[in-house]
Design a protein around this ligand. Structure first.
Ligand SMILES: [Zn+2]
Length: 282
């Protein structure tokens, strides 16, 4: 009898072990956010590539998409389990969403909270910048500007001039998330590293002037991005989030003093509030 009880006991133990062994190991969660701009995409140098009215736009939105896809694939190779991509250039409707894997989500168009970083929160583990450009204060970058080339000549956070990459690094840093890789021209990559430290960077072109660059070819650029992003996601533990001390001061300088005037908006807000009175230009 004793032997029979022992046999049943061992059978149950082995069955239980078998059940547990049959379950696949749980993949460790790794959420990656990819913010994609266009001025820093391979070969982009003028408005001819950067907007729907440009004669090369159709081809270049595909190059932009392929660069974003290179980052997506690299992140997956490095273990990413969830990826959110934000289309953060121009009208926010550039990326060819049908080319992305089915498990990726893409944020499009405006307006949206946190702009080029819409959807970021503390659940993410790493951020990647693709197609980024240098700041308006940087004389050496291709299409260098910050947020609006037409209206802003300087953007500072806590007294420090920031490119869009610096601003977006601070937003990610607010949630404790580090930037782990960046692509763009050499000026953009160098500028972003001032805020992130020496993260892997894919320099897809070398800036010659505001409208000129010595560029890689698309396939070479995509391969470079894939290699650098994979490296960045793998090394994410060494990347540091860019965290600003509060209270944060935002200082902007406009190209024309009249732009500082608040325009009166007609109508009444949904909550019944009246729009503010216009103030004098600074
Ligand atoms: Zn842009």
């Amino acid at each position: 009898m004793k032997y029979r009880i022992a046999a049943v006991f061992f059978l149950l133990v082995f069955c239980a072990a078998g059940v547990f062994a049959a379950e696949p190991p749980q993949a460790k969660k790794l959420k990656v956010y990819i913010s994609v701009d266009m001025e820093g995409v391979v070969g982009a140098v003028t408005g001819d590539q950067l907007g729907p009215s440009g004669f090369e736009y159709v081809r270049f939105r595909e190059f932009m998409t392929r660069e974003a896809l290179s980052a997506v694939n690299a992140a997956k190779e490095a273990g990413a389990t969830e990826i959110l991509v934000s289309d953060s250039h121009g009208n926010g409707e550039n990326l060819l969403i049908e080319l992305f894997p089915p498990d990726v989500r893409v944020i499009r168009s405006w307006p949206r909270h946190l702009s080029m970083m819409a959807g970021i929160d503390e659940s993410f583990d790493a951020v990647i910048f693709i197609g980024y450009h240098a700041s308006t204060a940087n004389v050496s970058g291709v299409r260098a500007h910050t947020m609006s080339s037409a209206t802003l000549t300087s953007v500072k956070l806590n007294g420090v001039e920031v490119p869009e990459g610096g601003m977006n690094a601070a937003i990610a840093g607010h949630f404790g998330v580090p930037i782990v890789a960046v692509s763009g021209d050499d000026a953009a990559v160098a500028e972003v590293r001032k805020f992130t430290g020496a993260i892997p960077g894919a320099e897809v072109k070398r800036a010659i002037s505001f409208h000129s660059a010595a560029t890689l070819t698309p396939k070479t650029a995509q391969d470079l991005i894939r290699a650098r992003v994979k490296e960045g996601v793998q090394q994410r533990a060494t990347a540091k989030a860019y965290v600003l001390r509060g209270p944060v001061t935002l200082e902007i300088t406009r190209s024309d003093a009249r732009l500082a005037c608040v325009r009166r908006v007609s109508g009444t807000a949904a909550n019944g509030a009246q729009p503010p009175e216009p103030v004098a230009a600074l």
